[in-house]
Design a protein around this ligand. Structure first.
Ligand code: SF4
Length: 366
């Protein structure tokens, strides 16, 4: 198979743990990073020798990949030496909003052409509550510096339903994001994950309830759409054709390879992952099988995340009558846009996508 592949590289280090975060990361030290990079490059070499498919997207995520400093150059060189990276490949790196100009220069020199910056909020008090190490001004300066280095494809993260938030605070966060004029915005409703600082002090967090969180999501969708951002996926908005090509692979069921602890892959119909174990990866990197990829239920679930929706006939062939009835009811309730066999979710539908998908999958024949 020669279809291009997406490549994800995990950099599992952070300077401190944010209060809401359950991504896999360890505390940063230059020494451990160097040892890790050597193991990582070994795995890149191994996979490069086994996979003879070109790479058209690379995503370096974390953790905090901007802690790589000038090592970003040797890491991308290693990928290019061991894989055929297409000339027009999208190469994204997640950057901390207080990234130095040096890192941005190294990233540019290494061939990175897309930055994803974890801005989260434009309010310093909120950033402190979240446990972020940067201020809103740091984020604005980083975006400005990145523009100065020639980056013309920048994504920023925005978080919704934060402690003490309401439509007013959200509006000012959105205005802040818009003032940065990014090509892409990823917007997530805060979820309290187990074993995070927030989960331990849940009762003292003044969080919006579900209705208020839903109101914030719909408000955000409308505000970003009004400002020229196309709502192309539940949590993602892009100007023009600046959708994340790498993340699109996850949603349309294309193959991708992830390298690093906690990185997942879907390759030739098989899913597998590396365990969340930095030392294990350094000593003896091994993947764990995770079943088959590409089932009909999975294609429906992932496809409905996209505003372009899905063609049910391509997934299931004939659509059973009782499913048509359910679709009709969901359409009347304002959750689905249907032009059978094609369906997609409205903004309100995206908010409750899991329930809608469960409802559709409840039918045994479907
Ligand atoms: S949110 Fe990002 S920077 Fe914060 S701890 Fe998690 S991975 Fe690290």
């Amino acid at each position: 198979m020669t279809n291009p592949l997406g490549l994800y590289i995990h950099i599992p280090f952070c300077e401190r743990k944010c209060n809401y975060c359950d991504f896999y990361s360890a505390f940063y030290s230059k020494k451990t990073l160097d040892v890790y990079l050597s193991a990582l490059k070994g795995e890149i070499k191994k996979w490069g020798g086994n996979i003879h498919r070109p790479i058209d997207t690379i995503y370096i995520g974390g953790g905090t990949p901007s802690l790589l400093g000038e090592e970003i150059v040797s890491l991308l060189d290693c990928i290019k030496e061991n894989f055929t990276v297409l000339n027009n490949a999208e190469i994204t790196v997640e950057a901390n909003p207080s990234s130095s100009g040096d890192f941005l220069s190294f990233a540019k020199a290494a061939g990175v052409n897309r930055l994803s910056i974890g801005v989260q909020s434009g309010c310093d008090d909120t950033l402190k509550i979240l446990g972020r190490t940067h201020t809103a001004d740091d984020a604005a300066q980083t975006v400005k510096m990145a523009r100065g280095k020639g980056f013309d494809n920048i994504s920023v993260d925005l978080m919704l339903a934060l402690p003490d938030s309401n439509l007013q605070t959200l509006k000012s966060d959105i205005d802040f994001m818009l003032s940065l004029n990014p090509e892409h915005i990823s917007a997530y409703i805060l979820k309290i994950e187990q074993n995070t600082v927030f989960s331990k002090k849940y009762d003292s967090l003044n969080l919006p309830d579900d209705d208020e969180a839903a109101e914030q999501y719909l408000f955000m969708c409308e505000a970003l759409q009004k400002n020229g951002y196309n709502h192309y996926e539940i949590s993602n908005f892009a100007k023009g054709d600046n959708q994340s090509r790498h993340n699109m692979k996850y949603w349309i069921g294309d193959d991708y390879l992830g390298i690093g602890p906690a990185a997942h892959s879907c390759l030739d119909g098989k899913r597998f992952y590396y365990p969340r174990d930095l030392q294990g990866f350094i000593k003896n990197p091994q993947t764990v099988p995770d079943g088959e990829g590409g089932s009909a239920a999975e294609r429906l679930m992932l496809g409905l995340r996209l505003s372009q929706g899905v063609d049910l006939s391509q997934i299931y062939g004939e659509i059973p009558e009782d499913i048509k009835k359910k679709i009709n009811l969901l359409e009347k309730a304002g959750y689905i846009k249907a032009n059978l066999p094609h369906i997609s979710l409205t903004n309100s539908g995206m908010l409750i996508s899991n329930s809608i998908i469960t409802e559709l999958l409840e039918n045994e024949n479907f």
